[in-house]
Design a protein around this ligand. Sequence first.
Ligand SMILES: Cc1cc2nc3c(=O)[nH]c(=O)nc-3n(C[C@H](O)[C@H](O)[C@H](O)COP(=O)(O)OP(=O)(O)OC[C@H]3O[C@@H](n4cnc5c(N)ncnc54)[C@H](O)[C@@H]3O)c2cc1C
Length: 475
Amino acid sequence: MRGEAASAHVGVLVVGGGPAGLAPLLAASARGLLPELLSHGLVVVERSDRIGDGRLGGYVINSDSSAQTFLSCLSGQHDSRIADLASHPVALEIARFGGETVPLALVGTLLRLVGAALADIIAEAPAGRVMTGYEAVGTRERADGRWATRLRRLADGEITEIVSRTIVIATGGQQSDSWLVRTQIGGQPLLPAYGDRLLHSDHAMTEDGLADIARRLSAVPAPKVAVIGGASSAIACLRVLLEPDRLPPDAAITLMHRSRLTLFYPSAEAAMADGYTAFGLDDICPVSGFVFRFGGLRFDSRSLARQLLGLDADAADARLHLHPLQSADGVVTHEMAEAWGHDRRVLDQADLIVCCVGYRPRGLPIRDVDGSPLPLAMHRPGGVLAGPGCEVLDAADEPVDGLFAIGLAAGFRPGKAMGGEPSFRGQINGLWLWQNDTGLLLAERLLAILRLQPDLAMAIRPAADDGEQRGIAAA
Ligand SMILES: Cc1cc2nc3c(=O)[nH]c(=O)nc-3n(C[C@H](O)[C@H](O)[C@H](O)COP(=O)(O)OP(=O)(O)OC[C@H]3O[C@@H](n4cnc5c(N)ncnc54)[C@H](O)[C@@H]3O)c2cc1C
């Protein structure tokens, strides 16, 4: 069977069954739209052995959104299999954290339960199927405007082809080494100079990553760790490194940051009362009045940043040091060259360098009708995978018909109506938004396309007897 492609036709193929891939389905379910979406034929393909939590549950840190935001996806649900999860012990445990931060491992357990409930609902639909243990290797546009996506079963390499009118790419984000090659710190790129000492924060914040750190530093007396970055991942890494018994008392941890540490406050008055004055009018959301509404550190990270900035009566751990980085842009002055020398010394002396440098979309290889790779906006440095309506953008920033994307690093930027501080230049990667406004927008866009082509569901034969092929028959 290896190498042979069976194929099936559906309305929607969701590639990636993590939190973002399931978000439009949850949003649709809360509005009673999921049955209609499923009636057009829907397949979720997921590389791992389950849908629901993606990478989120594997991080050993606390959330940077409140516990209650993770529970909101259970309210207003039409299907009792999802709604009833609100009284599950895991949901009740999360509820106890209320408006506070919550361990992401616990959130992951909840998302796995939600994923299992959705998997049941999808599998029950005559033309629905969840394909775990498969990875999408690429998609190609067909002459009829549909997309032919090749899936590889990880267990044996068997190839299946899914033909769909639409695709939701929810493959998450990744921290790539190319950033380390491109970005200069101390006047030189991190790679290849510090190759064997570098670690991506995404790995550092997992159990495997912690074991890796312990292994690398176990035989090092008075270890020195440099953490590069100034946003929430960097501060979260500091917190992980400061946990009891992680590093010895004579260790040194240096935060090397280019951007200033920005803190969330509910109002400018609250910020001033706290002694925090490093903000201007552009940093205040005109809708809510919040300071650094989108770009500000929250919860645990905010507490540590307050200590680092001297705003807290309790001083930060004595092993922690701040090291502002010099910009690598512009004309190199004598002062800058000196500062770069200083930056390099910190890196040269570090036994471990944790890079918290943001994420790029993982995406999916896409070919046009002729079989040529389709150049996308995301292939440009800093380019996004998806536009504000979740549509995948080509190299000319035009939507690619039938292709959508959602999730970590996909590119969602807040519009004016949403507010937020005008100075914010980043993306919003919040589960709540995906499960509500963005997810609903995406579900409605899918339905708008599928309603014009009611023949799609006809292309799927009734469920086969064997559970494995449920809902999809090879065409
Ligand atoms: C450290 C960290 C902390 C965060 N904390 C919060 C928080 O507190 N609150 C919040 O709202 N958000 C948070 N986020 C943002 C966001 O909610 C998470 O990153 C979330 O895991 C993103 O979900 P995702 O589905 O986009 O990606 P992922 O979680 O990476 O899921 C992608 C899924 O797609 C699958 N996949 C990938 N490629 C393929 C393929 N080719 N074929 C088949 N399957 C594929 C993967 O196996 C995976 O299951 C955090 C992000 C990070 C990095």
